[in-house]
Design a protein around this ligand. Structure first.
Ligand code: HEC
Ligand code: HEC
Ligand code: HEC
Ligand code: HEC
Length: 211
């Protein structure tokens, strides 16, 4: 009797653990804008998840099969700069970067349902914090990113003694640059808010900075 109870408890544990692993995808996170999502901001009619960002064919931006265009021009953002201490090289043109992709929703100028080549025919995306179909603050960072962590900056390991060896960090560099996607993993909200790793005790910051 006791033994079969233990087996049942064990099976429940295994089941709940495996469903926790399965849940660590994009489905039902705030990045699941599909009509069936449990997120508050979502489409009134589109049931696909990936389509808001990717398409298998005829992508607007080839890599990574990107299905969105951006209302703000790629050179219209103001990025963090500190002439005295910054060692990396900041490029003010975001064209083709992961950051520009994030900002196609997160600068608050492009409608969330602006995907594909005929956005006018797409069902609306709405919810709390969405104004005229676009994100509003705080999820919309705007175009002035001078008060946000540096992005589109080279990871100047070797020049800046305060940076850890890029070969040993968990965070993701893109072509040796820091982008939004360096700290955030867009498909996985295990470490809220969509972080590459937990920031408990500032662990994320200390992944790159040896302060
Ligand atoms: C909210 C936007 C968004 C949605 C929705 C989204 N992705 Fe992505 N995806 C991105 C961005 C941005 C990148 C590039 C940055 C990165 O890899 O972190 C990317 C990269 C990828 C990559 C290549 C890099 C990697 O991580 O393997 C694959 C594969 C991918 N996505 C598949 C999917 C699939 C499949 C879905 C739907 C189930 C999906 N994505 C939904 C934004 C999105
Ligand atoms: C298709 C539009 C879209 C794209 C592209 C997109 N996001 Fe989001 N993101 C959203 C929406 C919608 C929310 C929910 C905002 C809210 O609840 O106010 C969100 C929320 C977030 C949050 C906050 C989550 C929380 O728990 O508060 C983070 C962080 C985030 N996104 C980062 C990113 C990053 C980094 C990228 C690029 C790698 C990206 N997003 C690309 C639509 C997008
Ligand atoms: C150096 C790491 C890092 C980079 C680069 C970064 N973020 Fe974040 N982001 C974070 C952390 C950490 C948080 C959580 C802050 C908190 O909870 O106090 C966060 C929070 C957010 C949020 C939630 C709303 C808010 O203001 O707290 C959004 C949306 C977001 N980031 C989007 C972006 C976008 C878009 C980019 C690129 C323009 C970006 N992030 C670049 C680390 C980063
Ligand atoms: C993916 C790696 C990475 C992560 C994670 C990261 N940073 Fe950075 N950070 C950098 C790089 C690279 C620079 C630019 C350094 C340089 O070129 O001098 C920078 C610059 C800064 C600066 C500006 C320094 C200056 O000279 O003005 C501050 C402050 C900072 N980071 C704080 C943080 C905090 C706080 C966190 C955690 C929320 C964090 N960083 C996470 C890579 C990272």
């Amino acid at each position: 009797m006791k033994r079969s109870l233990m087996i049942i408890v064990g099976m429940i544990l295994i089941l709940s653990l495996s469903s926790a692993v399965l849940a660590a995808g994009i489905k039902n996170t705030k990045h699941d804008l599909s009509a069936g999502s449990t997120a508050e901001i979502k489409s009134v009619g589109e049931d696909q998840i990936c389509i808001f960002c990717h398409t298998p064919h005829n992508a607007i931006v080839p890599v990574p099969l990107w299905n969105r265009s951006t209302a703000t021009g790629s050179t219209e953002f103001q990025l963090y700069m500190n002439e005295d201490t910054i060692d990396g090289t900041v490029s003010n043109d975001l064209a083709g970067t992961v950051s520009y992709m994030c900002l196609s929703c997160h600068d608050g100028t492009t409608a969330l349902n602006n995907y594909g080549y005929d956005p006018a025919s797409n069902p609306a995306v709405s919810g709390p914090g969405v104004t005229d179909g676009k994100l509003s603050s705080p999820a919309a960072l705007g175009k002035d990113l001078t008060n946000d962590h540096p992005i589109n900056i080279t990871y100047a390991y070797g020049q800046d003694p305060g940076l850890n060896n890029p070969d040993t960090i968990v965070c993701q560099l893109f072509d040796n640059t820091v982008q939004c996607g360096s700290c955030h993993s867009v498909h996985d909200n295990t470490n809220e808010p969509f972080l590459r790793m937990s920031n408990a005790g500032s662990a994320l910051c200390l992944d790159c900075h040896n302060k």
